[in-house]
Design a protein around this ligand. Structure first.
Ligand code: HEC
Length: 125
């Protein structure tokens, strides 16, 4: 009988390590069914161009560009970055026309990424 508690301890520790390391591989998507929001290294090239392409360019691009606003290049984006309109319209701040026009506000993660990008001085890459 001597030595048994030690055996249990070893087995328990072993299982604990397996459980802990299994959890480490879980991301938010596996755990809660939601995509985690990547807020690192946000640049026009990495992140923002895609958000604009998906949500804004159909009304602000080469074919249609309401109010002469375009979101299909970094250079054109800088205009609404610098005049404060981008932050105003996507965050639905009062005094701004809410965007995307006549549609629900952007998902929380995209909004967060745009705001972080603006806070960081809107880097291109
Ligand atoms: C379905 C078409 C549509 C989509 C999609 C859309 N817009 Fe617009 N946008 C408009 C229209 C129309 C106007 C002009 C509204 C007005 O002047 O009353 C406008 C105007 C703007 C303006 C200028 C506002 C001002 O005060 O001059 C900005 C900035 C803007 N949009 C940004 C965006 C952004 C960012 C997105 C994507 C998140 C977006 N828009 C998506 C139609 C759209």
């Amino acid at each position: 009988m001597r030595g048994r508690p030690a055996t249990y301890f070893v087995i328990f520790s072993f299982l604990a390590i397996i459980v802990v390391s299994a959890c480490e591989n879980n991301n938010e998507f596996d755990l809660y069914g939601v995509m985690s929001c990547d807020t690192t290294d946000i640049t026009w090239d990495n992140t923002i161009a895609d958000i604009m392409q998906k949500n804004c360019v159909e009304c602000h691009g080469p074919d249609i560009s309401y109010n002469n606003v375009r979101h299909d290049s970094y250079e054109s984006e800088l205009i609404v970055v610098n005049n404060g309109k981008l932050r105003g319209v996507v965050n639905h701040q009062s005094g701004f026309i809410p965007m995307p026009f006549d549609r629900p506000q952007l998902p929380e993660c995209e909004l967060k990424q745009i705001n972080i990008w603006l806070d960081n001085g809107a880097p291109e890459n």
